[in-house]
Design a binder for this molecule. Structure first.
Ligand code: NAG
Ligand code: NAG
Ligand code: NAG
Ligand code: NAG
Ligand code: NAG
Length: 435
């Protein structure tokens, strides 16, 4: 009666430093299990039994004893080192069958902490096994990389930034290995910057990764901040920096924008305490690296402004035209919404047009009128004006006062007038004499 033997395979692909969990098949009530490692001489590394024994063999050496944890249902190898890769054999004595687990090393070429755009990006993923398997890479965007097995070599670009995945496929089973690539780039922020004439102007240009910032001066040749106003097509340079002299030069002093020390924190942002209508336009920051590669980022700045016509100080009953605009057509999906003061008779109306015409304003319309620029329900920015509406009656009183003033002062006026006339005649005469 020869014992029948069932051979089970389990394939586990791992990288150095990773952890592997080796699961036992379902166990009977009474069991004795031994785990062996087979690479060169066979060694018993651990065993468990139904008596409650959970034992790591101290003779297996530091490479195993420091990494193994054993339980009834599994054996865990933590922080795997090259010596731990190979075949692990599992024996169950009471009902003898064996289970072989094969481990293979996946290696990847060491990468620098970050890459300058244009430098060589090289990724290698190899499994040390004679088994038939396939290896491919998935790019950060989610599509498959080059058809060359296990290795990718190209010039680094912004799109290479992010999580690459190496996929090892063996016997229908896929194992994925993530790998992060960091290419110097502007941090991804929205292309549009919204502000208003009531708010600061902040044009965010950030460079990543942080580690690059310390090496900025040795890798960068020039940095330029350019501006194209919304109403013009002429590009003007606001600031320029050349690493040759280490001097940051302000080219367009009229823009009065300030900047932080970018060599300190990689913050290339421009700032002003209050945005102006003239700030509308496209801002472009471009970095020329020492390898000739140019990296640039453009941001479109929209400044919301409320224009009251004829003005903000009015008399009740007057006509008012309020216009809220970014100085051009709005992007699709972007809308304007007016928020009148709570006291206004128009407070509950829904104003969704940039132009608001109030044929007769009342004193209750005094206060803060806000205009929100929104995308769906998100407020992108807001502008505010304060209206001062005087009472119409007050104006009548004023007219009465001036009228009575006129009546009472009429004799004085006439007197002065006649006096003045006399003086003028006198002066006339004097002038004549002079001549
Ligand atoms: C970056 O610089 C801008 C302009 O100087 C400033 O407004 C912003 O707060 C800075 N950001 C950080 C995180 O320092
Ligand atoms: C900017 O920061 C760097 C690094 O901290 C420093 O060496 C440099 O002098 C600073 N430049 C200015 C203009 O403050
Ligand atoms: C920034 O300006 C430069 C010079 O005009 C241009 O070559 C580059 O394409 C611009 N960058 C972007 C992102 O528009
Ligand atoms: C209201 O003002 C805007 C801009 O100030 C102007 O385009 C529009 O024609 C004016 N409308 C009326 C009815 O006055
Ligand atoms: C915003 O509105 C647009 C259409 O106007 C729609 O396609 C989009 O899904 C909306 N986004 C959110 C976050 O609701």
């Amino acid at each position: 009666n020869s014992p029948f033997v069932i051979i089970l395979f389990d394939l586990i692909y791992r990288r150095v430093g990773e952890r592997a969990v080796l699961n036992s098949p379902v166990l009977p009530h009474q069991y004795y299990v031994s785990w062996f490692f087979e690479r060169g001489p066979e060694i018993e590394i651990a065993d468990v039994s139904y008596f409650g024994r959970k034992h790591v063999n101290p003779d297996s050496g530091e490479i195993w004893t420091s990494r193994l944890s054993i339980s009834t249902n599994n054996l865990i190898i933590n922080n795997m080192q090259e010596e731990n890769f190979g075949t692990i054999v599992y024996f169950k004595f009471t009902f003898p069958y064996l289970c072989i687990l094969v481990f293979m090393l996946v290696s990847m070429e060491e990468q620098r902490p970050f890459l300058i755009p244009g430098h060589r990006l090289s990724l290698n993923c190899n499994a040390e096994t004679k088994r038939r398997h396939s290896v491919y890479w998935i790019k950060p965007a989610g599509n498959k990389a080059s058809p060359i097995q296990g290795s990718v070599t190209k010039k680094a670009e912004s799109q290479d930034n992010g999580k690459w995945k190496c996929v090892v496929k063996d016997n229908g089973k896929e194992s994925e290995f993530e790998f992060f690539v960091s290419v110097v780039d502007f941090s991804s922020a929205s292309k549009y910057v919204y502000t208003s004439t009531n708010l600061p102007l902040s044009i965010p240009f950030w460079i990543t990764p942080k580690e690059f910032v310390q090496k900025i001066l040795s890798n960068v040749e020039t940095i330029e901040w350019l501006f194209t106003p919304k109403t013009s097509s002429t590009q003007q340079t606001i600031f320029s920096f050349s690493s040759k002299n280490g001097q940051l030069k302000q080219e367009d002093t009229a823009s009065e924008l300030s900047y932080k020390n970018f060599t300190d924190g990689g913050n290339f942002s421009l700032h002003r305490n209050l945005a102006r209508v003239e700030d509308r336009g496209t801002y472009n920051c471009s970095i020329t690296f020492t390898n000739g590669y140019v990296l640039s980022r453009s941001l479109v700045v929209d400044v919301l402004e409320i224009t009251p016509s004829p003005g903000t100080e009015l008399i009740s009953g007057h006509h008012l035209n309020l216009s809220c605009s970014t100085g051009g057509p709005l992007e699709t999906g972007v809308t304007v919404k007016w928020v009148p003061p709570d006291t206004s008779s128009l407070a509950k109306a829904d104003f969704l047009s940039g132009h608001l015409i109030i044929t007769r304003v009342g004193t209750e319309d005094s206060g803060k009128w806000r205009c929100d620029l929104r995308r769906n329900t998100t407020t992108l920015t807001s502008a505010v004006i304060t209206l001062k509406i005087g009472e119409h009656r007050k104006r009548e009183e004023n007219m009465n006062v001036s009228f009575s003033f006129l009546v009472f002062s009429l004799p004085v006026f006439l007197f002065c007038n006649s006096h003045q006339r006399k003086m003028r005649q006198l002066r006339h005469r004097l002038c004549k004499c002079k001549k």
